[in-house]
Ligand binder design. Structure first.
Ligand code: NAP
Ligand code: HSE
Length: 434
């Protein structure tokens, strides 16, 4: 008789319903690979009455009581797709401690507690996997851990937040204002009603912490990432970037510097020639540089019901294989990580774009150039527009300089009476793809 694996799903929203749909759609394919029957036995939600009539849940127990799942000894895998820290953390820990393997899409949780969760899974000889927590449907965590294991990874640059990429693409391709692009992202369901996590860069920072833990085998968390969001980007910046040969993207960047790592999320001018520049809309991409493979890029839908379910089901299938051959608790990500030093972001060297609104009077440009020179920063490109009656708008791109020098220039410019405002200062990625 064919063996059976029983699964419980915690959460039946976007990802949970997609997971049930993916299992139904590809049941034959999945079961024939595994040689066993895969049953969705129980679904946990807060409001079971909302889900009771769904066709896809016919024959599935829908409950709001987690104890029912924990005390069901036939359940071998729990899929956590509820989101948030509590009670997801407690539910996952309890499952692992009972010898139940867990698959999760929860980046908030993994970015803070990933290594701790893996330790619990190891102790109880069960699997914990979370491919869907970064890049939605893009296979990236397991490939970073396995396929690229023969490399010293030196750089990871991700466009890992679909909402901000959608907003910036809309501003670039359709001339939308930041406010209108954000409203449209909300209307299309990409951005949450409260878009803070996306537009302020926190979602990207969580994903960067997870990517770095695996790619750099470094024990880092969300709190280790310096974060800047896209809230200050205006249509003018997008237009000038385009005129200068760039597109603006929110980047999540992990860099090996010396014996440490620098972790930053920030908007940046990306040269149009760079592969990341062509990642549009809600798509995600993760660009990785290894010392053997050189550069590789992983690309696909970073969110959404079925794309994310694809990653969840991949984890489920590989967990079933581990359970079947008695190797549960092996081959997991984040098992070999250690604390490594952080490289000071003040020392990080980058090229920068400045947009300044200044008095349109003789000598202003000279006084600004003096400030850059005094701080050992070389100006690469200058554009001036007379968009206003009494003011000029100045755009400058400066050569690669340490962040601490850039901050000193910012302070000095603020104290210059002829500078009315510093509209923006944005990093510029250099043309060298590495
Ligand atoms: P969602 O649509 O808001 O669905 C959440 C589900 O979880 C609902 O069915 C809700 O039930 C249930 N739930 C929430 N809190 C619960 C609790 N305390 N007890 C029991 N059930 C609870 O969320 P989602 O978009 O599917 O996201 C789920 C997870 O996947 C999150 O960690 C998210 O970060 C991650 N993720 C999402 C995407 C995406 O495209 N959406 C992509 C990658 C990763 P009720 O309706 O009864 O409240
Ligand atoms: N809010 C996230 C995004 C969802 O926009 O990418 C996927 O994690």
């Amino acid at each position: 008789m064919m063996k059976e694996i029983n699964i419980a799903l915690l959460g039946f929203g976007t990802v949970g319903s997609g997971t049930a749909e993916a299992l139904n759609r590809n049941r034959e394919l999945i079961e024939s690979q595994l040689g066993c029957q895969v049953n969705l036995k129980t679904v946990l939600v807060r409001h079971p009455e909302k889900y009771a009539q769904l066709d896809i849940l016919k024959g599935v127990r829908v409950t709001s009581d987690y104890q029912e799942i924990l005390s069901d000894s036939s359940i071998q895998i729990v899929i956590e797709v509820m989101g948030g820290i509590h009670p997801a953390k407690e539910y996952i820990y309890a499952a692992l401690q009972r010898g139940i393997s867990v698959v999760s899409a929860n980046k908030d949780l993994v970015a803070l507690y990933g290594p701790e969760i893996i330790q619990i899974a190891l102790t109880h000889h069960v699997n914990f996997s979370c491919e869907a927590s970064v890049g939605g449907g893009i296979p990236i965590l397991q490939p970073l851990h396995d396929s690229l294991a023969g490399n010293r990874v030196d750089k990871i640059i991700g466009i890992v937040n679909g909402t901000t990429n959608y907003i910036l693409t809309n501003m670039t391709d359709n001339g939308a204002s930041y406010e209108d692009a954000l409203k449209e992202a909300q209307a299309k369901g990409f951005a949450e009603a409260d878009p803070t996590n996306d537009v302020c860069g926190y979602d990207a920072a969580r994903k960067l912490a997870i990517l770095t833990s695996i790619g750099f085998r470094a024990n880092v968390t969300f709190d280790d990432v310096l974060v800047e969001g896209i809230e200050k980007i205006q249509q003018e910046d997008v237009t000038y970037a385009r005129d200068m040969g760039y597109v603006i993207k929110l980047l999540a960047v992990a860099l090996r510097e010396g014996d440490g790592v620098a972790l930053n999320v920030y908007p940046a001018f990306v040269p149009k020639s760079h592969p990341l520049a062509s990642v549009k809309g809600a798509y995600n991409a993760i660009y990785v540089v290894g010392n053997v493979v050189d550069d590789v890029m992983f690309y696909g839908q970073g969110a959404g019901s079925l794309p994310t379910a694809s990653a969840v089901m991949g984890d489920v299938i590989s967990t079933i294989k581990h359970i079947s051959n008695g190797s549960a608790g092996t081959g997991m990500i984040m098992t070999d990580i250690q604390r490594i030093p952080f490289y000071s972001s003040l020392k990080l060297k980058d090229s920068y774009y400045f947009r300044l609104i200044v008095d349109d009077v003789t000598g202003v440009l000279a006084s600004i150039a003096r400030i850059f020179a005094d701080n050992d920063i070389s100006i690469n490109e200058v554009v001036q527009k007379r968009r206003f009656e009494k003011f000029a708008e100045l755009m400058l791109i400066v050569d690669t300089s340490p962040r601490e020098n850039i901050l000193r220039v910012e302070d000095a410019l603020k104290n210059l009476p002829t500078v009315k405002s510093i509209a923006n200062i944005i990093r510029v990625m250099n043309d060298d793809k590495k």
